[in-house]
Design a protein around this ligand. Structure first.
Ligand SMILES: Nc1nc2c(ncn2[C@@H]2O[C@H](COP(=O)(O)OP(=O)(O)OP(=O)(O)O)[C@@H](O)[C@H]2O)c(=O)[nH]1
Ligand SMILES: [Zn+2]
Length: 373
């Protein structure tokens, strides 16, 4: 890979990479990237994705300053959407002057990824954000929080490998947020639940302290994700639409996922409001319902279906009220959905393997078959 367009003025390239630290670049990534740097490629973080192109932040080799470049991502595309670049991904960018435009030449392995099943009957997955440390599940206090939806978002968050955090927004619109917070906490074992208001600033400092590194914000449209991003970023980086008269829902304002740098350190990824958040398999449900999973371990039969078997600890908890029927039903529903998608994706992967194998064998036959003895 030719790379001769830039004079580094004798400066140490690792110095330059150091200023990507604010975007989450680590010594480990730097080590991983060494062979690519050797080939003249530059590390860059995707801050926004478009069809076939992305905006990525890198250290300009000439000025040594951070710069956003628009890069062609077709080289790092993949038939499987999950392997396609997304906001938060690290890519190796080729700035060779011979190219029509900068190009993403390689996608670095992800530490975490938030994946949902695409809307509709298809079983494909879609990455919402990559290399995230904290997933904020945002819900508005303006309406009674939909606990099932929060549990669903939490399963997705746990599955990503990042740390979930629930943020209840618009605290200025309710009198007693603590009451609702307690309900949400019961639906989010092991997860911190914060109450904030972008309007009054309540809870914003705590939220800031809870979100070092890379944070992605998930939630339904209108819960105030973009407003939160603006407050944390200290500027209006996101367009916030005036709420429709009569309700506090707002309109769809965020269209592409965007990553912004926070003044106190760390970065934030705003995601568009998600109408449908299908689960994409994995351990997320078990982690989001760790309380029920723990109870199940106490059941007399290790394969207990909690359907009336003797010595069932889950039934006992339902009966004494320490576990709500609502939560149990939510758990069973998400578990079924998770199992369905797992079987679907296994089937899909198997079908892909067969297809790939057929292509290989076909080309071998065309070439006269494998080496004959
Ligand atoms: N009262 C009050 N209103 C808020 C607060 N935060 C956001 N809003 C309002 O809620 C509406 C929706 O806010 P957005 O930030 O656009 O919501 P969003 O979640 O980003 O919406 P999408 O971009 O569609 O996903 C706007 O009218 C905001 O002004 C808050 O803390 N208090
Ligand atoms: Zn049981």
């Amino acid at each position: 890979m030719a790379f001769d367009g830039f004079d580094r003025d004798g400066s140490d390239p690792s110095d330059a990479a150091a200023s990507l630290a604010g975007y989450g670049w680590t010594a480990e990534l730097d080590e991983l990237f060494a062979p690519l740097a050797e080939a003249g490629l530059l590390p860059a973080r995707i801050v926004r994705i478009d069809r076939g192109q992305c905006d990525a932040v890198l250290v300009d080799p000439e000025s040594g300053e951070l710069r956003t470049v628009r890069a062609d991502t077709r080289q790092v595309g993949d038939a499987d959407m999950i392997n396609c670049p997304c906001t938060g991904d690290w890519v190796a960018v080729d700035l060779s002057p011979g190219l029509p435009m900068p190009a993403a030449a390689a996608l670095l392995p992800r530490s975490t990824a938030i994946i949902r099943k695409v809307a509709g009957k298809r079983s494909d997955g879609q990455v919402l954000a990559a290399n995230v440390d904290t997933v904020v599940v945002a819900a508005s206090l303006a309406a009674e929080p939909d606990l099932g939806r929060i549990e669903r978002f939490l399963a997705l968050a746990w599955e990503s490998g990042a740390e979930p955090l629930v943020v209840l927004t618009k605290a200025d619109l309710v009198d007693d947020a603590d009451f609702i917070r307690a309900d949400v906490e019961a639906a989010a074992p092991g997860v911190t639940v914060l109450v904030v208001s972008a309007e009054t600033g309540e809870g914003i400092d705590v939220l800031r302290a809870c979100t070092p590194g890379t944070t992605a914000v998930l939630g339904q449209s209108g819960v105030g994700k973009s407003t939160l991003t603006n407050v944390l970023a200290g500027t209006d980086v996101m367009a916030v639409q005036a709420a429709r008269s009569g309700d506090q829902k707002g309109r769809h304002t965020t269209t592409t996922r965007e990553l912004v740098l926070l003044p106190g350190g760390g970065v934030l990824i705003d995601t568009p409001g998600l109408r449908e958040v299908g689960l994409y398999g994995g351990e997320g449900v078990a982690l989001a319902f760790a309380d029920i999973e723990e109870l199940a371990e106490e059941c007399r039969f290790h394969d207990c279906h909690h359907a009336g078997e003797p010595g069932c600890a889950v039934r006992a908890a339902l009966e004494d009220g320490s576990l709500s029927e609502r939560r149990m039903e939510s758990y069973l529903k998400l578990q079924r959905e998770n199992e369905w998608i797992a079987s679907r994706s296994d089937a899909r992967l198997a079908a892909e393997r067969v297809k790939k194998w057929k292509t290989i064998t076909k080309s071998m036959r065309a070439a006269g078959g494998p080496v004959k003895r």
